[in-house]
Design a protein around this ligand. Structure first.
Ligand SMILES: C[S@@+](CC[C@H](N)C(=O)[O-])C[C@H]1O[C@@H](n2cnc3c(N)ncnc32)[C@H](O)[C@@H]1O
Length: 468
């Protein structure tokens, strides 16, 4: 395979011919600023150009040394990525499933041989004898550690040479140690924390609005998100502006449900992340059960007010939803008082587990909901939202961006009543972002908030609301 011309990355999960689209530059905006481009990609090969221009040069009007290294980094990374067959590189290629490639630089060195005063052509080739070994290791879920040479030329003049060592691994194998904090990979740990910090960051940004326009007041989320979470949220808001109102309205929907509870509840938050609800609602009458992976609960303990010494009754329990049963885990907790009614919140979760796992989780949930007062709140996306076939450009773009950010929706429901009926649950309220904001966006038609109860809804919990 020998491909020529300009290449970009697109939905095909691979680089495609054509002008360099926004997709690569969305991920690495500085490259757009520099006019950096990919010229050629083939199996095990890449060639790119860092143009000589005002932005890329230093006081001698030669290329900035560090920008040459940046250019080399992406050139070698692209050459290596061609060997992972059709698996998308997380952060660059849109992902349609949760299977992809984590790829990071592990080590780099560069020799500057001569000042670069013309377009910098970077080339990198993975020796053909290494291709099969690299692919097999990747496919088998092993770490790929590969050092590549990247040559840099101005025309025929060899101006620099870099050696980059890359680390790559497939996402499924990386999450296999998710529950074990001693063995969990730093990239996995970082990624999960990043995802929770992003949500906390979006809640923190809500606080920048004038009080009258806020969906909720929350002075703890900025601390939970930290500077990293707030920066992430600002960056995401540029690329996916719909995400902030989606998180703000879902947060308000649950807060309103809890505010309306007439008696003390056990409130179980499945995949609690960095949510600050106990403090935001300041409702010590409820007992809060916060379940998540141990890495997240540890981080939660670091950045949120202490659970043990707070006026709230907070119980944290580690779980891996892929391996453990939610009902068994909750019932094993001494502090869980089965006399009290239960509200289960699964916020920002149902869309990220495949069909089989989702069904197992809903089955566990329904086992906990025999009490007539028990309630479930969860958010979900439509099937068209999962497939990216909404028929609307703005909505399709949203879905594409989520896929590119490595957060693809993989489960969605059109007939939510029918889906829940198989678990003995009935929808008592169905809403969406449109119920909480005047802001309208086509993607809101594909994102809903559902409250459900066991088959005979308790008095006062007849179905209400409508997805706008
Ligand atoms: C998108 S975040 C949502 C966090 C929180 N519900 C919120 O709205 O702020 C998803 C959460 O699910 C958790 N999660 C993902 N996979 C999990 C698993 N296998 N077991 C338990 N929790 C998991 C993550 O750690 C993360 O905290």
């Amino acid at each position: 395979m020998n491909l020529h011309g300009n290449w970009a990355m697109d939905r095909s999960n691979r680089f495609i011919e054509g002008p360099l689209t926004a997709s690569f530059h969305e991920a690495v905006p500085v490259l757009e600023f520099l006019d950096w481009r990919i010229d050629h990609i083939a199996l095990g090969e890449a060639r790119t150009t860092l143009p000589i221009n005002v932005e890329s040069t230093n006081q001698y009007i030669t290329h900035q040394a560090a920008l040459m290294l940046l250019s080399a980094d992406y050139t070698g990374g692209i050459a290596l990525s061609t060997l992972f067959q059709s698996a998308p590189i997380i952060g660059f290629h849109p992902m349609e499933t949760d299977y992809g490639v984590y790829m990071w630089g592990a080590k780099a060195s560069i020799k500057w041989l001569y000042p670069s005063s013309g377009d910098l052509i970077c080339t990198s080739t993975v020796p053909a004898e290494n291709w099969e070994r690299i692919y097999r290791r990747f496919r088998d879920g092993k770490r790929v550690i590969e050092t590549l040479t990247i040559d840099m030329h101005n025309g025929d003049l060899h101006v620099a040479q870099a050696e980059f060592t890359y680390w790559a691994q497939n996402s499924h194998s990386l999450r296999s140690n998710a529950f074990d904090t001693k063995r969990v990979h730093p990239i996995f740990d970082h990624r999960y924390k990043t995802s929770a910090k992003l949500i906390a960051g979006l809640r923190a940004l809500e606080q920048e609005k004038p009080e009258a326009l806020r969906a909720f007041d929350d002075n703890i989320s900025p601390r939970a998100a930290g500077t990293h979470g707030v920066t992430l949220a600002r960056r995401f808001c540029r690329v996916i502006p719909q995400l902030a109102p989606m998180v703000a309205t879902r947060t308000a929907s649950i807060d309103r449900l809890i505010d309306g509870l007439a008696e003390p509840y056990n409130i179980l938050s499945v995949g609690v992340g960095l949510d600050t609800r106990p403090w935001r609602l300041d409702s010590p009458q409820h007992t809060w059960f916060e379940l998540d992976l141990p890495l997240m609960l540890n981080y939660r303990a670091e950045v949120l007010p202490e659970a043990d010494h707070s006026s709230m009754q907070i119980v944290r329990e580690p779980i891996d939803l892929r391996a453990d049963r939610l009902d068994e885990r909750l019932l094993s907790i001494d502090a869980y008082d089965q006399e009290k009614p239960l509200l289960i919140i699964w916020e920002g979760g149902s869309m990220y587990f495949d069909d089989l796992l989702s069904k197992q989780i809903f089955r566990s949930i329904s086992n906990l909901m025999s009490d007539a007062r028990a309630l479930l709140w969860f958010d979900f996306v439509s099937e068209a939202g999962v497939k990216g076939e909404t028929g609307n450009t703005a909505a399709t773009n949203f879905i594409r961006c989520m896929r590119k950010m490595g957060e693809p929706f993989i489960s969605g429901y059109d007939d939510i009543d029918g889906f829940l009926a198989q678990f003995g649950l009935v929808v008592t309220a169905l809403e969406g972002p449109g119920n909480y904001t005047t802001h309208k966006d086509p993607i809101f038609q594909h994102y809903s908030f559902c409250t459900a109860a066991a088959h005979s809804p308790p008095a006062g919990h007849g179905r209400c609301g409508a997805a706008p």
